[in-house]
Design a protein around this ligand. Structure first.
Ligand SMILES: [Zn+2]
Length: 252
């Protein structure tokens, strides 16, 4: 369930749609509530302040995790009153099922999807999205999507304490039935409404988790913006084969 929500959530990444020209306090004149954390800033619109404080403490924790793996991130999170408002803020069209979206410099919470998540799920989602903000996501297509999404989930799940088979339930079902993916997921596999969208996220996550386990977390970080051959000393085919073995070991 959580995996499904995360998969859908991740699909909403929008780059270049930045409401940055407007200061956060001017988003909702006279109706914004600003909550400052140690490392993050949350701006809410007609959201109970207890919920905003909960979000700011999750965002602070997420910032610490992102900083441990990647480096500092400037965390500005917007918590609007409605999903429609969130879609406008993120410059997104369809947002059905999403819990949060990242723009180039902000995380926008989608109230309906976010409310459906467990506490652990919220932490994973916020960490995932803040990782996108920190890394620049696909950097206009220069970073492969399996790496951008897989890395965000790697950081998101890193300290979540969620079992692999639970987090990758849809993929585990296929692997248990003897079906292994033949290739790393490609951009079309992450398109909203793609038939194996949840599995695409799970495949990407487990590719990054495998790389971090075998080569170290620093190697995974170095791979971001570089290429598999020079960082890992493997061909793409060798990485794919090793990842498929890993999926069989972890999920079958
Ligand atoms: Zn994502």
């Amino acid at each position: 369930m959580l995996a499904g929500m995360l998969a859908l959530m991740g699909a909403g990444l929008v780059t270049g749609a930045r409401p940055a020209s407007r200061a956060v306090r001017d988003l909702w004149p006279g109706a914004a509530t600003v909550v400052r954390g140690e490392r993050s800033l949350v701006v809410g619109h007609r959201v109970p302040s207890a919920e905003l404080r909960d979000l700011v403490s999750r965002a602070d924790r997420a910032c610490r995790t992102v900083a441990e793996v990647w480096g500092p991130v400037r965390a500005v999170l917007l918590f609007p009153a409605t999903d429609a408002e969130a879609a406008t803020l993120a410059g997104a069209g369809a947002t059905g099922g999403l819990a949060a979206m990242a723009t180039a410099d902000r995380v926008v919470v989608l109230p309906t999807g976010y409310a459906r998540l467990s506490a652990a799920g919220r932490d994973v989602v916020i960490t995932h999205e803040l990782t996108h903000v920190a890394t620049g996501a696909t950097r206009g297509g220069r970073v492969p999507m399996w790496l951008s999404e897989g890395f965000a989930d790697y950081v998101g799940y890193r300290d979540a304490g969620i079992a692999v088979r639970a987090a990758a339930a849809e993929l585990a079902e296929e692997v248990c039935a003897g079906v292994l993916p033949s290739r790393l997921p490609e951009p079309a596999d992450f398109a909203p409404g793609a038939p194996r969208l949840a599995q695409a996220y799970e495949e990407a996550w487990l590719a990054c988790r495998y790389i971090a386990e075998r080569f170290g977390e620093r190697a995974l970080v170095r791979l971001y913006g570089s290429d598999v051959g020079s960082v890992l000393g493997l061909s793409r085919a060798e990485l794919t084969a090793a990842w498929r073995d890993h999926l069989r070991r972890e999920l079958a």
